[in-house]
Design a protein. Structure first.
Length: 124
C-alpha cells in the first residue's frame, strides 16, 4: 500500500478509498498477513478502464444534465440540442474507455505497448 502511494504520489487515505471502491466492484481483492495488500481479482486483460472509473466515480457521467427534450421544439434556446450532443459524447467516451484494459494501459506505461493517440484518419 505504501509503495503504491509513493509510486503514484497519491495520499494514502485517498488511495485507501479508491482501493476499497475497486474491491467493492470486485476488481481487486485484499490479502491479509505479512506482505499482504491488494491483488487484482481478475487478469489485467479482463479489467476495463470504464469499470475502474465506474467503481471509483460512479457510472461515467459528463455532468448530470438529465435527458434533453427529444421532440425538436426547445424553449431553452438550443440548450437541448447541446444536451443531446453532450449525451452522445458521453456515450462515445464510455465506448472509448471500454476499449482500454488494464493490460493495454500497463504496457503503454511500461513502454512495451502502443501509446494511446488520436487517430486522424478516422472515418465514420
Amino acid at each position: 500500500m505504501r509503495d503504491i502511494a509513493e509510486r503514484t504520489g497519491l495520499p494514502q487515505p485517498y488511495l485507501e478509498q479508491i482501493l476499497l471502491a475497486l474491491k467493492g466492484a470486485g476488481l481487486v481483492r485484499s490479502k491479509r498477513g505479512v506482505g499482504g495488500g491488494y491483488l487484482l481479482a481478475k487478469s489485467p486483460s479482463d479489467i476495463r478502464l470504464s469499470e475502474i472509473i465506474s467503481a471509483v466515480d460512479g457510472p461515467i457521467t459528463l455532468g448530470d444534465f438529465g435527458q434533453p427534450h427529444q421532440d425538436g421544439s426547445c424553449d431553452h434556446e438550443g440548450q437541448c440540442v447541446l444536451l443531446a450532443i453532450w449525451d452522445v459524447a458521453g456515450q462515445h467516451m464510455r465506448e472509448h474507455l471500454d476499449a482500454y484494459t488494464l493490460e493495454n494501459i500497463a504496457s503503454a506505461a511500461g513502454g512495451t505497448g502502443p501509446w494511446p493517440k488520436v487517430d486522424t484518419h478516422h472515418h465514420h
